[in-house]
Design a protein around this ligand. Structure first.
Ligand code: ATP
Ligand code: MG
Length: 476
């Protein structure tokens, strides 16, 4: 094995401190894993640095902290035999080199002390098993017993040990393999793919939180379809997102087909990634059609329909988030809203666009109207260049109309120009149905363009409406 020196990876003085601390304790230490991989890939230097000590990682962490300015706190995780120091933006994680053996029921291994090479064997992938020495005699030397360097070159995710053992020991690695393949645009070795397929059921022992972490990372990648295609091909997807699997397939009745909504969805996700980094908008793209499976019908006259799929889909978003233990907060509500409204701009763009239709869209979407437009533009996946151009152009017009209407009517953050209280005092009313009726009428008049979104006009309209309802005005 060529022993190239990679000292430039270790220019940060922190590595010198770790090196000196190791010497003082009489132990060897190495930087390992993601930091080394990302340096070699020129992905920039990672903010989390994993250090393995051939000896006590906790003792090394304590020694390092005592040598650093300000003596940063050491967080010790005794059960895992690890310790963490935060220094500025850096997170340093220390662990003792170990041999791991697994029981079938859990991903928590039994741990014994080991050599550096034992520790490298327990790593998930060859590209994550490379270590750089922090020892005096060979500082900066790459220790790469499984040819991770060769795999970086081949753009290959490969396990150091037999893949079946690696994945069965810790099934989270199946998700990690697919996530790294997506993030780095790497392939996965065939034997690994086969092993993931054979052990797919073991994903059940992984907590939803860990799975969602990986899904987030897949979705945050430049081309998430790589990951979802792999999840699909390895058979993992039905355990994780069965709602997506249900969208796969094309049915044909009486010569009429519908599109394959699974592969369409993946295209939409890739499309949206070119225009937004908003993770939750990317989730919305992934889930925007999930209501299509339960609402699919065939009608002799109309062919295939998915009536109400947006509403059904938005209800499914809640269930899906709940099942995966994702937060049921404003992020979830945002995804629901995007799914619920996902067809609105399309309907608009097909017709002649009226101002009032645009005002209603802006009113309903509120501050998320731009996100909604981004989603709908990503939803254009037709391969017909003429149609592609037409749809894009229509959306451009809708966007222009939105700006125009917004500038004039300020609907995006709609606040009723007349408050309920003013209606009450004007007509000497106690809280009652009439107030709601008048408020709603004013809002409708604004959205319809009958009156501008202004106080004076709304007041006149209120008085007129009150008269129609037979209300008397307080003249004092
Ligand atoms: P990133 O931080 O970009 O997600 P990473 O490779 O640094 O990537 P971490 O989760 O930070 O991933 O883990 C650090 C290192 O620990 C990995 O590079 C790998 O060597 C090892 N590792 C992490 N999780 C596992 C696992 N489930 N099985 C085996 N080794 C693992
Ligand atoms: Mg890391």
């Amino acid at each position: 094995m060529a022993k190239t020196n990679y000292k430039e990876a270790l220019e940060n003085p922190i590595f010198n401190t770790i090196s000196q601390s190791s010497i003082a304790l009489g132990i060897d230490s190495y930087v390992i894993g993601g930091f080394v991989r990302d340096f070699l890939l020129k992905r920039g230097t990672a903010k989390d640095i994993d250090v393995v000590a051939v000896g006590s990682g906790i003792a090394l962490a304590k020694k390092v902290a005592s040598e650093l300015k300000g003596n940063p706190q050491v967080s010790v995780f005794k059960n895992f035999g690890t310790a963490m120091i935060k220094k500025g933006a850096l997170e340093l994680e220390f662990v003792g080199a170990r041999i791991e053996s697994y029981n079938r029921g859990s991903r928590k291994p039994v741990v014994e002390d080991g050599t550096l090479e034992d520790d490298q064997k327990r790593r998930d992938f060859t590209i994550n098993a490379m270590a750089l020495s922090l020892n005096e005699e060979n500082f900066g030397t790459l220790l790469d017993p499984f040819d991770g360097l060769g795999d970086l070159d081949k753009k290959l995710i490969r396990t150091p040990l037999e893949p079946g053992i690696t994945y069965s020991d810790d099934p989270l690695r199946m998700m990690r393999a697919i996530r790294f393949a997506t993030q780095l645009n790497f392939g996965i070795q065939l034997a690994s793919l086969q092993a993931i397929h054979s052990h797919k059921e073991r994903i059940k022992i992984i907590s939803n939180e860990r799975i969602v972490d990986e899904l987030h990372k897949i979705l945050a990648s430049p081309k998430p379809s790589i990951g979802f295609t792999l999840l699909h091909k390895t058979g993992l997807l039905p355990y994780i997102l069965p709602e997506l699997v249900a969208l796969e397939g094309i049915e044909e009745i009486e010569g009429q087909k519908h599109k394959d909504n699974f592969w369409h969805t993946l295209e939409v996700v890739d499309n949206i990634c070119e225009t937004t980094d908003n993770l939750w908008l990317r989730w919305a793209a992934l889930l925007h059609d999930i209501g299509k499976a339960p609402t699919k019908r065939f009608h002799k006259q109309n062919g295939w329909t998915f009536h109400g799929h947006e509403f059904v889909g938005s209800k499914m978003v809640y269930k899906l988030f709940k099942r995966l233990r994702m937060p049921l907060n404003d992020k979830m509500k945002f995804v629901q809203k995007m799914v619920l409204m996902s067809s609105r701009p399309i309907v608009l763009s097909e017709d002649f666009v009226t101002d009032s239709a645009v005002r209603r869209l802006v009113f309903d979407a509120g501050v998320y109207v731009d996100d909604l437009m981004t989603l709908c533009e990503a939803d254009i996946t037709t391969k017909n260049p003429r149609k592609q151009k037409k749809y894009k152009n229509n959306f451009k017009q809708v966007r222009e109309k939105i700006m125009e209407v917004e500038e004039r009517d300020h609907i995006r953050n709609f606040q009723p120009p007349i408050s309920g209280e003013e209606i009450m005092t004007t007509f000497q009313l106690k809280p009652s149905r009439e107030i709601g009726i008048i408020k709603e009428a004013i809002k409708e008049a604004i959205l319809e363009g009958e009156i501008p979104n202004e106080y004076e006009a709304a007041k006149t309209y209120m008085l007129k409406k009150g008269q129609e309802l037979g209300l008397s005005i307080d003249v004092q």
